[in-house]
Design a protein around this ligand. Structure first.
Ligand code: AMP
Length: 118
């Protein structure tokens, strides 16, 4: 079964695609958490960060550079942004096709709420 994101990559499902090449696709998150919220995915599905192998090193590196290019195109490179990869249950991963969240366009606050002391 193709993943949800694979179906967006191939055009079988609609997606607001902002970047695509033969290895990588980026599209706007359907439920944005910030004014800019784009998902950057490898066209060839990898379920989670745990499943990455040496052969994926180049495409994962390019995903970072593509995210930085999109940040520039969206006008948020200078103000700043956050790149997030969620993995499995504790990471809150919902779609099991590796993806990089590019979020920005507002101040995002602390990275994570810290557990209260005492
Ligand atoms: P994660 O929790 O890291 O797996 O993130 C999955 C993300 O995919 C969530 O932010 C969802 O809002 C987003 N999402 C789910 N379905 C779609 C879709 N059809 N098009 C775009 N984004 C989606």
């Amino acid at each position: 079964m193709p993943t949800l994101f694979e179906r967006i990559v191939t055009g079988e499902l609609p997606g607001d695609i902002v970047y695509q090449d033969d290895e990588i696709t980026a599209f706007r998150d359907i439920e944005p958490a910030a004014p800019v919220h784009v998902l950057v995915v490898p066209n060839e599905p990898v379920a989670t960060a745990n499943d990455l192998e040496e052969r994926h090193d180049a495409v994962v590196g390019r995903m970072l550079r593509v995210a930085a290019k999109i940040a520039r195109d969206e006008g948020i490179a200078e103000s700043g942004y956050r790149l997030i990869v969620n993995c499995n249950e504790h990471g809150g991963q919902e779609v099991f096709h590796l993806h990089l969240h590019l979020v920005g366009g507002r101040s995002l606050g602390p990275m994570l709420p810290r557990p209260r002391k005492g």
